[in-house]
Ligand binder design. Structure first.
Ligand code: UDX
Length: 469
């Protein structure tokens, strides 16, 4: 099938490359010329596993990049809108990019098209897109609007797209449902996963994803509700971690007992420095705003957001309680991205924590396997960036772990202890076993677990010193 994807951001680029991988002919349209020329030259603008391979495999054949939206729409049967929906000052999603795309494609709708919302949008957006397209001259019976939310996570976006838990398709009639069913048929039939060239199937993948047909409004709500629920799960466990610290329980043991209940499940139950990224913070605010606009005060979401912010404050308090005064202290920081596996620093708790520590007068040397360049753009010369974890630790008063990169889980601990001025590790992602860290000579702070330290120190430290609440 011939498909246009409007927007070459995270969702647009992954969607375009993956539809090409499924055998469709795709044009990804963007009006950012520098982005287009980089893509045409074979560059992959984001750090995402398997994406460079897919771009190489299909670019110039089933995958093209263009700035000519109207031409591309005329030649396509399905048009996916994947442009940005940033947060406005009042927390609502700013839908002006969506509106301008709707205006522009209107003139190119001659024969039948299905126009699909792929960006995360508030409920009722599909109705507005329809109105704008008709207002600008398209025949109302020559197109349908559908909502097909994307659930991909950064870092595993390609496998999330190609091996999804489910595919949600919100439509108002059979005509558009048939086209979307056909587009996803290689996934729902299992045909794609049987191909010798297919991207490796993750162990967590469902045998065959269910295609869930809903109304457009339900599909729009499913996306907001899913992200809000996942963020709630994270804030819930972070709140439990705080209680664990107060009563002397171990949050990892609690997670184990909690997550093995199949009704709850173990995923998204990792306590830490709070959630960040381009989706959860923005989508929670937008969902909160849309609920309010329609007469419901979704106070649960306020609390989820409040706990998330509090989590960063609590971490900073932990740093203070480990180091006493902060002015002039030299800290090594591991992790800048909002989570492991990505170079994205949008709403990254690591960046927010670094900014707060800089304000308190700390000197910081930071390392991240992928996000250094992006972090440099926002932190400038206030932070020194190092080439590896051990350089970041060199001569530091303490080491802070802020992102859950896999490589941070298997550091050479004796080497780390040698590099640090004082063997103090403050772990915002619970990457290490507290007892093991104490055995290796570290004073170790983590989230929702009691601090640990080598025996010879433990006996000399007053109990209040260890308390972080
Ligand atoms: C999220 C949704 O998971 C995805 O379905 C949606 O399409 C886009 O938003 P993403 O933002 O890429 O994806 O990252 P995700 O893996 O969900 O993590 C979000 C944040 O929560 C990160 O900062 C992460 O570190 C944090 N997190 C996640 C936790 O703190 N604990 C967890 O258990 C899981």
């Amino acid at each position: 099938m011939r498909v246009t994807v409007v927007g070459s951001g995270y969702v647009g680029l992954v969607t375009g490359a993956c539809f090409a991988e499924l055998g469709h002919y795709v044009v990804v349209v963007d009006n950012d010329q520098s982005k287009l020329s980089a893509l045409r030259e074979g560059e992959c603008p984001i750090h995402e596993q398997f994406l460079p391979e897919l771009l190489r495999r299909h670019h110039g054949d089933r995958l093209m990049f263009s700035d000519d939206l109207q031409k591309s729409v005329r030649e396509s049967v399905a048009v996916f809108i994947a442009v940005g929906t940033p947060s406005a000052d009042n927390g609502e999603a700013d839908l002006s990019y969506i509106e301008s795309v709707a205006r522009e494609i209107s003139g190119a709708i001659s024969d039948y098209k299905v126009v699909v919302e792929k960006s995360t949008v508030p409920v009722y957006t599909s109705e507005w897109i329809r109105k704008i397209i008709v207002r600008n001259g398209a025949n109302p019976s020559s197109f349908d609007i559908a909502s097909n939310p994307e659930f991909l996570r950064e870092g595993s976006a390609v496998t999330d797209f190609l091996f999804p838990d489910r595919i949600v398709v919100g439509v108002e009639n059979d005509r558009s449902a048939t086209i979307l069913r056909e587009l996803y048929e290689p996934l729902t039939s299992g045909l794609y996963s049987r191909q010798p060239y297919s991207v490796p199937i993750p162990t967590t993948a469902h045998a065959l994803p269910r295609l869930i047909l809903t109304s457009t409004k339900s599909a729009e709500l499913i996306k907001h509700a899913s992200n809000a629920f996942l963020a709630t799960k994270i804030s819930f466990i972070n709140a439990v971690a705080t209680v664990c610290e107060s009563v002397g329980a171990d949050v990892q043991q609690v997670c184990d007992g909690l997550g093995t209940d199949s009704r709850i499940g173990p995923r998204f139950l990792n306590p830490g420095v709070g959630y960040g990224g381009s989706c959860f913070p923005k989508d929670l605010s937008a969902f909160r705003a849309v609920a309010r606009e329609h007469g419901y005060e979704f106070r649960l979401l306020d609390e989820v957001m409040r706990i998330n912010e509090d989590q960063r404050r609590r971490f900073l308090k932990k740093v203070r309680s480990a180091l006493w005064t902060l002015r002039g202290k030299h800290l090594g920081v591991l992790g800048l991205a909002f989570k492991g596996g990505t170079d994205d620093i949008r709403e990254s708790p690591a960046i927010l924590i670094i900014r707060a520590l800089l304000q308190e007068g700390c000197a910081i040397t930071a390392y991240d396997p992928a996000a250094t360049e992006r972090a440099r753009e926002v932190l400038h010369s206030n932070v020194t960036f190092s080439a590896n974890a051990y350089e970041a630790a060199a001569d530091a008063d303490a080491l802070l772990l802020l992102t859950d990169w896999e490589e941070f889980e298997s550091l050479d601990l004796p080497r780390l202890a040698r590099e640090l001025k004082y063997p103090i590790v403050i772990d915002g992602r619970n990457l290490y076993d507290p007892q093991r860290m104490a055995d290796q000579g570290f004073t170790y702070y983590s989230v929702g677990r009691a601090p640990t330290m080598p025996d010879h120190l433990a006996s000399s430290v007053p109990k209040e010193y260890l308390e972080t609440r």
